[in-house]
Write a protein that binds this ligand. Structure first.
Ligand code: UDP
Ligand code: MG
Length: 329
């Protein structure tokens, strides 16, 4: 894609939320990777890392500032408050877009092997616009996390959302893919569902997911469930269709049941107990409530979209010394 003789500028975007424990190691591993890629002439010397501090309450931002003063490849973006992984990542990608030829998004905790970035770059040079990092094994995740994640991917697929199996947000995107991403103005942002909608030349790179280097997961079960729920309802209307289908089925059943009771009555069988009546009342009541809740969920999403609130607010912005300042294109 790039012009002959022009090496691509790579920006590595790293969302960080309370990551003071891993940050020193992450910075040194990513720096080493960048230096190596520069030496191998896979990327331009102006390549950099962009750490997005997602409203951390620990020393994450202080560390980013500290590294920035000694490491020319470090730049930082401080968000005004915690907006969650997806929005923090988007903030970083948007910030990097004008300064790079391609960007890689990676978690701060080194679960995604930084070595893979080299393979991403090789694929980029082969002409791919989007390269997905796919987790080959998740042995280091708990059995629980693995099975819930598995169910989530299956469910998403069934619901018609085109998401990559075992791909988290470890991926490379070319500048033109990033420009297209910017056009998806969704408030309920779920990058894993949106990126496949962009299209272009896409490929995969497989890797083994490692143990979190330090600190603990910022995705406890509650957040994971919320994430899955958000993902499903913002990408698919299947749930709402299922409700309609259930409504039809219930209607058919009740027609049959009504016929049956009329026949019973005509045959002279006296009124049967109210138990069944009560049960069905409860049943239908339950279904109705679920349906209403689900519809409410979609309406809530529309409500949020309509307001068009900003997804994140930038507090401070540190440029890497080597970042090109030519933003006026
Ligand atoms: N993260 C973030 N904002 C949040 C939660 C997480 O920026 O509100 C970052 C976090 O620092 C990490 C990445 O998102 O770099 C993935 O989080 P984590 O490793 O805790 O998730 P897991 O790997 O357990 O799914
Ligand atoms: Mg992690």
């Amino acid at each position: 894609m790039e012009k002959q003789g022009h090496l691509p500028v790579l920006g590595i975007v790293v969302p960080c939320y309370n990551e003071e424990e891993v940050l020193p190691e992450t910075v040194s591993q990513l720096t080493r990777m960048l230096e190596r890629l520069v030496r191998e002439k896979l990327i331009a010397d102006g390549s950099f890392m962009l750490f997005v501090d997602d409203g951390s309450r620990d020393r994450t931002w202080e560390l980013i500032e500290k590294y920035r003063s000694s490491n020319p490849r470090v730049s930082g973006l401080k968000l005004a408050r915690n907006v969650g992984h997806q929005n923090a990542l988007l903030a970083g990608l948007n910030r990097a877009r004008n300064r790079v030829d391609c960007a890689v998004s990676i978690d701060a905790d080194l679960q995604d092997d930084p070595e893979v970035i080299r393979e991403f770059m090789i694929k980029y040079h082969e002409g791919f616009d989007i390269v997905y990092g796919i987790r080959q094994s998740r042995e280091t995740d708990t059995a629980f996390k693995r099975s819930t994640a598995q169910t989530f991917y299956k469910l998403m697929r069934k619901m018609g959302a085109d998401i990559e199996y075992n791909h988290a947000d470890y991926r490379l995107m070319s500048k033109r893919a990033l420009e297209q991403l910017e056009r998806f103005k969704e408030v309920n942002l779920f990058l894993r569902g949106i990126v496949p909608m962009i299209g272009f030349n896409t490929t995969r790179v497989y890797f083994d997911r490692k143990e979190r280097f330090a600190g603990e997961s910022k995705y406890p079960l509650k957040k994971m469930l919320a994430f899955a729920w958000d993902g499903i309802t913002s990408l698919s209307v299947t749930p709402i269709r299922l409700v309609t289908a259930a409504g039809f089925i219930l209607f058919l059943i009740s027609v049959v049941a009504a016929l049956y009771s009329v026949i019973q009555k005509l045959a002279g069988n006296t009124v049967t107990g109210w138990t069944s009546l009560m049960l069905s009342l409860w049943f239908i009541g339950g279904i109705q409530l679920i349906s209403l809740g689900l519809i409410g969920e979609y309406i809530g999403k529309i409500y949020k979209e309509v307001k068009r609130r900003p997804l994140y607010i930038v507090d401070k912005d540190l440029h890497a010394a080597s970042e090109s300042e030519s933003e006026s294109d």
